[in-house]
Design a protein around this ligand. Sequence first.
Ligand code: ZN
Ligand code: ZN
Ligand code: ZN
Length: 156
Amino acid sequence: MEADKTQKLLKERLKEKGGLKVTHQRLLVLSVLEENSGSHMTAEDIYDLVSEDYPEIGLATVYRTLQLLWDMQLVDRINFGGDGCVRYEIGHLLNGGETKHNHHHLICKRCNKVMPFDDDLLESLEDHIEKATGFHVLDHELKFYGLCKDCMKKQR
Ligand SMILES: [Zn+2]
Ligand SMILES: [Zn+2]
Ligand SMILES: [Zn+2]
């Protein structure tokens, strides 16, 4: 999505949130996530990138901004357990999708790398669930834990 669309959506959401303003730091945090879509960043990673452009920003502000953006569904938050830390990525609303999530996640148990995986072969499972239980699936979230290619190589 182009930068002006992102800004427009941010503006709309902030307005709905009770007339909050589009600030430089809110926009910067969101743009950093947008520019790095597909990489799953911790608040510290985001802080490092944002502070290159805006050295006055503090880590606490980045945390608060991420919480706000998450409340407004502009960013997705994934708790990966492995290293006990929470990672962020641009929300799927801004990444083309409407109701469905972005991608699935492959998580390396050794180096904690997180990789996106795009193929979605779950429609037939969702149909099956609906037929079997009457439950209509709106979304799903999948995490695969294992060893990445690099870690597999090192193991040999
Ligand atoms: Zn690995
Ligand atoms: Zn992801
Ligand atoms: Zn899926």
